[in-house]
Design a binder for this molecule. Structure first.
Ligand SMILES: *Cc1c(COP(=O)(O)O)cnc(C)c1O
Length: 384
């Protein structure tokens, strides 16, 4: 077969496989003891004085967090257009509206200095997205939220583990933080996510709403001394619970999360060194003492590049290397563009970043030779 290096691949070992098999043999395949264990170990990993609520995707987790914060019809939620559509779609699930604020052209995170101008009487919350695994300016965002009485839900789909101001994302002063375990993310359960919160009322509401609005989950009913058939429906909830099969993977992926981050960081540093003289803008590193999760390594072709972005990705593919683009900004997508009458120039920095952005392959299963091939291909294409 012809050599092809994909843009991303999960890193799943024998430990994950054995744990999944153990769940399959146990007879308990849905939410149960493994899910409970994964949640407990997640709390320990992050070091939060609070709870971790596992769900079947980060999208579900973001939806639950906003629902628990009482975001509803007609409300506004401030977020970035430079994200995956999940960040904004959950706002629409609740009948509320996203209000997009352009990004900082250096970090590609929401431009904090533009948030206050977007706040209205209907603004209920802010969803900062830690793009690629580099944290937003959370102290400033939380200060703005406090001043205006707004809630903050962090979209941490890229940021396990990310450190900002010496603290792990998940322990900051937001109302809730939502992680993703999708196949391409820094750790994976196939599909999955985790809501972390220090607020017991948010945790309680998320737990009820993730399983049909039932006040006791199936495993609680199974182990409780009260009759197993007895439960109460207190709200029209959702079906967002994580399975023990997924949690079995998560338990072992979490144990490897720091090692995975180290490997990603080393690879990012090598890209930094080797691409320093190329006509590309390299992604910013975390501040000294902080940590970048390096979910993505996004370069931007500069004006001096001899080739455009689309042609560059095509040329990489011809050399057997998969690249991607993060993200097509939401204001260019038909639904968001048409629903809110958005123009490309409404968010000039998001537009410009998108037009030049290329996500290079960066994952723990890549070998040094794989990365050498990526670097050689870039040098060849950009030398033309
Ligand atoms: C992947 C991703 C999500 C959604 O995560 P799922 O677990 O697939 O639902 C949300 N936000 C961002 C920024 C993402 O990249």
């Amino acid at each position: 077969m012809k050599y092809f290096l994909p843009f991303a691949l999960p890193d799943i070992g024998e430990e994950e496989i054995a744990e999944v098999v153990d769940s399959l043999r146990s007879g308990w395949v849905t939410t149960g003891p493994k899910t409970k264990r994964f949640e407990k170990e997640f709390v320990d990993f992050v070091g939060v004085q609070g709870e971790a609520i596992s769900v079947n995707s980060a999208t579900a987790g973001l939806h639950l967090a906003l629902e628990a914060l009482d975001v509803g019809a007609g409300d506004e939620v401030i977020t970035t257009p430079y994200t995956f559509t999940a960040t904004a779609e959950v706002i629409r699930y609740l009948g509320a509206h996203p209000v997009f604020v352009d990004i900082d052209p250096n970090t590609l995170n929401i431009n904090v200095s533009k948030i206050e101008a977007a706040i209205t009487e209907r603004t209920k919350a802010i969803i900062p997205v830690h793009f690629a695994g580099l944290a937003c300016e959370m102290d400033a965002i939380i200060a703005i939220a406090r001043k205006h009485g707004l809630k903050v839900v962090e979209d941490a789909a890229h940021s396990l583990p990310t450190i900002v101001g010496g603290k792990l994302v998940g322990t900051l002063d937001s109302d809730a933080t939502v992680f993703s375990f999708y196949a391409t993310k820094t750790i994976t359960t196939g599909e999955g996510g985790m809501v972390v919160t220090r607020d017991p009322s948010i945790a309680a509401r998320c737990k009820v709403m993730r399983l049909h609005g039932i006040s006791r989950d199936a495993f609680d009913r199974y182990v409780s001394t009260k009759p197993a058939w007895q439960y109460e429906v207190v709200a029209p909830g959702f079906k967002y619970n994580m399975t023990d099969i997924a949690a079995s993977m998560g338990i072992h992926q979490l144990m490897k999360a720091r090692r995975f981050q180290q490997k990603r960081q080393e690879m990012a540093e090598r890209y930094h060194r080797e691409l320093a003289d190329m006509p590309v803008q390299l992604p910013p590193a975390a501040l000294p003492g902080d940590m970048h999760a390096w979910h993505l390594y996004v370069i931007r072709l500069s004006d001096a590049s001899p080739i455009g972005r689309d042609a560059f990705i095509e040329a990489m593919a011809q050399r057997g290397i998969g690249c991607s683009v993060h993200f097509i900004p939401l204001h260019l997508q038909p639904y968001w563009r048409d629903t809110y009458a958005l123009q490309p120039e409404d968010f000039p920095h998001a537009l410009k970043a998108y037009q030049a952005a290329v996500s290079l392959p960066l994952y723990t299963r890549m070998s040094e030779e794989d990365q050498s091939k990526v670097i050689a291909a870039i040098k060849e294409i950009l030398a033309a």
